[in-house]
Design a protein around this ligand. Structure first.
Ligand code: CMP
Length: 139
């Protein structure tokens, strides 16, 4: 079925001017970018977005990184978009990511790993709503 998923191009990628390069991989995979905005995430936004990881030892570092520079938040649409984007991103740890994936191509480390993608359709809806109103999405 056609789904939406939520994506973030992270500060390590925007800092290296890789927004277009990442978007090329997304579009070549057949996903459509139907919403996109470049923002500076606030500490509150990052903490809320990653609340599920609040007890993890890397939470503080993660929030600090995600607010260290601009990010590009995106809504992606396509057949099976949630699973497809996870495949396109590659493994969280770039050392384990498959050839041709965004993280294999561009990620610097497990923390500075260039992109985020939702892990389920349910979370995608929750994450999209944190950054987009329907008026800013056009499929
Ligand atoms: P993301 O898909 O954005 O969701 C949670 C993030 O936590 C993950 O990508 C990684 O960037 C980050 N993360 C996971 N494990 C670690 C770790 N061991 N150290 C630092 N960051 C991590």
């Amino acid at each position: 079925a056609v789904q939406r998923t939520f994506s973030i191009i992270k500060p390590d990628a925007t800092e290296r001017n890789l927004t277009g390069a990442v978007n090329a991989v997304i579009e070549q995979a057949g996903l459509r970018i139907i919403g996109q905005r470049r923002i500076q995430m606030t500490e509150d936004q990052a903490k809320r977005f990653y609340a599920v990881h609040a007890e993890r030892p890397f939470y503080g570092e993660l929030v600090e990184f995600m607010t260290s520079g601009p990010v590009v938040v995106q809504v992606l649409e396509g057949e099976n978009a949630v699973a497809k984007y996870r495949e396109v991103m590659g493994a969280t740890n770039p050392a384990e990511a498959a050839d041709g994936t965004i993280r294999k191509l561009y990620a610097k480390s497990i923390g500075e790993n260039s992109v985020h993608g939702s892990d389920s359709e349910e979370n995608a809806a929750i994450e999209i709503a944190q950054f987009f109103s329907e008026a800013d999405i056009a499929g």
